[in-house]
Design a protein around this ligand. Structure first.
Ligand SMILES: *[C@@H]1O[C@H](CO)[C@@H](O)[C@H](O)[C@H]1NC(C)=O
Length: 158
């Protein structure tokens, strides 16, 4: 028991603080038919991003895997704070922990109100969970946009 506690503590104490850079290349908003309700429309945001980060410092003998995710944080027009995961990746090996991704959102990005009209700009960040063999899950942030990014006017899809 004492050994386990020491192990958990040591991986906590030596936890690293990796630094990365996140760039939001573009955000577009389209009006689409809601999947389950064909007569209803909803707006979806499409985010293109590129991100670089060296997460190798997070790998030590007690690191089982990393859960890496890109999160949009915004307050909607009603002032409700939202955190939406739009992309993620599991990293199991230190060799795969140097991130250099040009990508777009994997998951549907919509607001519960169905519209991004009057929604203030969103900030975006690259976050991670470290899943250890022994001990507690730790959370961190590897990169964040310098400035919030505005939602553009809705475009109709052709
Ligand atoms: C993202 O791509 C732009 C344009 O190619 C480049 O200038 C920028 O350095 C890249 N940023 C990151 C974090 O990869």
């Amino acid at each position: 028991m004492a050994l386990l506690a020491a192990i958990a503590l040591s991986s906590f104490v030596f936890s690293a603080d990796p630094k990365g850079a996140l760039n939001i290349a573009s955000v577009k908003v389209y009006n689409v038919k809601a999947q389950r309700y064909p007569h209803r429309k909803q707006e979806l945001a499409f985010v293109n991003f590129n991100v670089t980060a060296d997460l190798t410092p997070l790998f030590n003998w007690n690191t089982k895997q990393l859960f890496l995710y890109l999160e949009a944080e915004y307050a909607n027009a009603q002032g409700v704070k939202n955190e939406v995961v739009i992309w993620d990746r599991i990293i199991r090996r230190k060799e795969d922990a140097i991130i250099n991704v040009v990508g777009k959102n994997k998951y549907n990005f919509h607001d519960i109100s169905t519209t991004f009209k009057n929604v203030p700009p969103s900030s975006y960040s690259l976050k991670y969970n470290v899943m250890p063999y022994v001990g507690v899950l730790t959370y961190g942030e590897a990169a964040k946009t310098d400035e919030p990014v505005a939602f553009p006017k809705v475009e109709s899809r052709v």
